[in-house]
Design a protein around this ligand. Structure first.
Ligand SMILES: NC(=O)c1ccc[n+]([C@@H]2O[C@H](COP(=O)([O-])OP(=O)(O)OC[C@H]3O[C@@H](n4cnc5c(N)ncnc54)[C@H](O)[C@@H]3O)[C@@H](O)[C@H]2O)c1
Length: 268
């Protein structure tokens, strides 16, 4: 049974506490947060769990095998370093960067590596201290191009990833619970097909079957925690290890440099 310490019991930490205390093979042993109110809430919800106010007290306890960090991103680097130096396994969500890692992580995972170059432009249309919208192009090996559009300004929430290949197009829509994944097959007839009328032209957009495979429902946080404890138990390298996170951060740094020079192509 792995004993796990949870650092941070704010908005997201309680979700970890719930998932971890439900998993076979893991035990939520201690919750750490400097806020007395948050610790009181943790004690109410998990009477058997110990609490402490800082990570040093947590790491000083015997038998804590692993640490889950659920604190604001600006604290990640110091807390993760402290836990690793104390010889603990660490799960920290998102790499230790302060901006926009998700899309990059998805692309680098699906394409099996980092891009070679990045070109990005962004703007602070909401007049905050960070860019609110960005258009990013990433050049991967084998002439594969990735394009990301992110926006805090557009109130229409879109969470969609599209991969276009030679034989099919795959669309993942994170907001569509019923059909999150759809494959759009290309048929044999679309080779060089041209339209004689506007109606035909519209129909050419659809080449073959559209398949909506069954996707087993599951809570992503639970899947993530299971992967973490399984990797510890079997000594396996996680899908998103430190090296992978470094690739994401290198990509983000290149995007930042490109944005500073108004979209110039920069090497990753
Ligand atoms: N995957 C998701 O959908 C998702 C959603 C929200 C947040 N998150 C991630 O979870 C993390 C926490 O976000 P949140 O929204 O819960 O933030 P939050 O501000 O609500 O809570 C953070 C908690 O950490 C505590 N804390 C701060 N510094 C600490 C320290 N040095 N040691 C111990 N505890 C400390 C605070 O007292 C607070 O209770 C962030 O990394 C965030 O990106 C992920």
């Amino acid at each position: 049974m792995l004993k796990i310490g949870l650092v941070g019991f704010g908005y997201w930490g309680p979700n970890y506490a719930r998932v971890l205390s439900d998993l076979a093979g893991a035990e939520l042993a201690v919750v750490c947060d400097p806020s007395p109110e948050r610790l009181e809430l943790a004690r109410q919800r998990y009477p058997g769990v110990a609490t402490c106010e800082d990570i040093d007290a947590l790491l000083a306890r015997n038998g804590i095998d692993a640490v889950v960090i659920a604190t604001p991103a600006s604290t990640h680097e110091a807390l993760v370093r402290r836990a690793l130096e104390a010889g603990r396994h660490v799960l920290v969500e998102k790499p230790m960067a302060l901006r926009a890692p998700h899309d990059i992580a998805i692309f680098n995972y699906l394409l099996g590596g980092e891009p070679r170059w990045a070109s990005a432009i962004g703007a602070r249309v909401l007049h905050t201290s960070r860019d609110d919208i960005a258009f990013v192009t990433l050049g991967y090996a084998n002439e594969v191009l990735g394009n990301i559009h992110v926006s805090w300004a557009d109130p229409n929430k879109v969470r969609e990833s599209v991969a276009v290949g030679t034989r099919r197009r795959v669309v993942f829509n994170d907001l569509n619970d019923g059909e999150p994944v759809r494959y759009f097959h290309r048929g044999g007839s679309d080779n060089g097909a041209t339209a004689d009328s506007f109606g035909e032209f519209k129909l050419l957009g659809r080449h073959g079957d559209i398949v909506s495979p069954k996707v087993e429902p599951g809570e992503p946080l639970k899947t993530q925690c299971l992967e973490f404890i399984e990797c510890i138990a079997r000594g396996r390298t996680p899908l998103a290890d430190g090296r992978f996170a470094l690739g994401v951060i290198r990509t983000l740094a290149a995007i930042d440099r490109s944005m500073q020079s108004k979209g110039a192509t920069v090497e990753v």
